[in-house]
Design a protein. Structure first.
Length: 137
């Protein structure tokens, strides 16, 4: 695996959380990405999403913040800022493919940079197959 990928926060969270259903699969996938030096192109949105999942969802704000910062420094990662043009692309995808706003941002990044979108989100997996290559880890 060496083609660039866009990885949704759901995969990073699952890889780090043993109680998650897809934990082992996500963890193995992330190791493979790291070991193969696969380029990762992700929106900066991944940072607060990860922190929120651990802070709000698991009651571990310090762990969430530390892991979010660690993810932002993951080898071979490029963080993409949500500028006006990318926001318009995300809005179009959200409106036409019935996505939540945050899900649309990941889809917009994958579309713009022609990457495969790796996600555990049902909306990504079900609604975006005509738009971008999308799959589970």
């Amino acid at each position: 695996m060496n083609s660039p990928v866009t990885i949704d926060a759901s995969v990073f969270i699952s890889a780090f959380t043993p109680s998650e259903e897809e934990h082992e699969t996500s963890k193995t996938f992330m190791r493979g990405v790291r070991d193969s030096n696969t380029p990762i192109i992700i929106p900066t949105l991944v940072i607060p999403e990860i922190a929120a999942a651990f802070g709000r969802g698991q009651g571990k704000p310090d762990l969430g913040y530390a892991y979010a910062i660690q993810v932002s420094q993951f080898p071979n990662s490029t963080l993409i800022v949500l500028d006006e043009s990318l926001a318009e692309t995300a809005a179009n995808l959200a409106a036409h493919y019935h996505l939540r706003g945050s899900d649309a941002v990941y889809a917009a990044v994958a579309t713009r940079f022609a990457t495969e979108l790796i996600s555990l989100d049902r909306e990504h997996l079900e609604h975006l197959k005509q738009v971008v290559s999308v799959r589970k880890p």
